[in-house]
Design a protein around this ligand. Structure first.
Ligand code: HEM
Length: 277
């Protein structure tokens, strides 16, 4: 039955529980919707532009074309549809709040850090606030492109590396991005394994395959050209080394950066400025 409450009165613990309850699914990918929910939260938020103040998770504009059809968002309809019954159960939650909270709950349920999160995003009524294509990073590019994209959101090199550590989760899909395979052997557990693998594995170009990706000697794991940039760029590499050696430090820095990512551009109602859920 629908819980009819204003956003301020909403029982966010009940919403969290509903999200946690739908994460596991034996016959989907590696048995969890967690990774794709993290990606939905990130792509909803990562459109933010510090200069124009446009984009970000407030508005939840990925509900509308053309943003829903942007190449980077291929496959994310699965995550949006998955959350629809929860939106029906708690109609007063905004899509922006629901999508970001789902990413937070997914990370926590997969063994990651507690992510500071607060409600207050309001949904855009139509597609007019959709951001132009090209605001999210391309996997086939290197350090300069990564910096262009993440500096535009207001992040520094340390935060960039921490955030991309989310590739410890999930996998690539041929029918979505064109790339294949997971980054790690534990794609439904949040850990610093991505950084350890990145450093210690002998990565080589996958033969007879486009788009270009790197593979480990077994051919089962992968890295995007953009992941390899973290290894090859001296300033990024410094943080790869730190996070590979110290998982607690990675968790701490990831939680701070991911929380900030989810709030970029959001105009929280002042009365709730210090509220947490
Ligand atoms: C340079 C930056 C980044 C690039 C180029 C990039 C690119 C990609 C690509 C190509 C995929 C595969 C999509 C598919 O085929 O389904 C992917 C998946 C994923 N990305 Fe990223 N990403 C970046 C940063 C991030 C960040 C900052 C986060 C979160 C904080 C993130 C979280 C994820 C997750 C969890 C998946 C797995 C999704 C699934 O299993 O369905 N990525 N990313």
């Amino acid at each position: 039955m629908a819980t009819l409450q204003s956003p301020a009165q909403l029982d966010y613990d009940a919403v969290r529980k509903s999200i946690a309850d739908i994460l596991e699914k034996e016959d989907y990918d590696d048995g969890s919707y967690g990774p794709i929910l993290v990606r939905l939260a990130w792509h909803a938020s990562g459109t933010y532009d510090t200069i124009s103040g446009t984009g970000g998770s407030g508005g939840a504009t990925m509900r509308f074309a053309p943003e829903s059809d942007h190449g980077a968002n291929a496959g994310l309809g699965i995550a949006r549809d998955l959350l629809e019954p929860i939106k029906k159960k708690f109609p007063s939650i905004s899509y922006g709040d629901l999508w970001t909270l789902a990413g937070v709950v997914a990370i926590e349920e997969m063994g990651g850090p507690k992510i500071p999160w607060r409600p207050g995003r309001s949904d855009a009524p139509d597609a007019s606030a959709c951001t132009p294509d090209g605001r999210l990073p391309d996997g086939d590019k290197g350090a300069a492109h990564i910096r262009d994209i993440f500096y535009r959101m207001g992040f520094n090199d340390q935060e960039i590396v921490a955030l991309i550590g989310a590739h410890t989760l999930g996998r690539c899909h041929a029918d979505r991005s064109g790339w294949v395979n997971p980054w790690t052997r534990a794609p439904t557990t949040f850990s610093n394994l991505y950084f350890q693998d990145l450093k210690t594995t002998k990565w080589r170009k996958k033969k007879n395959f486009t788009p270009l990706q790197y593979e480990d000697p077994t051919g089962e794991l992968m890295m995007l050209p953009a992941d390899m940039a973290l290894l090859w760029d001296r300033k990024f590499r410094k943080y790869v080394d730190i996070y590979a050696a110290d998982e607690a430090k990675f968790f701490e820095d990831f939680a701070a950066a991911f929380s900030r990512l989810l709030e970029l551009g959001v105009k929280f109602p002042e009365s709730k400025a210090s509220a947490t859920a």
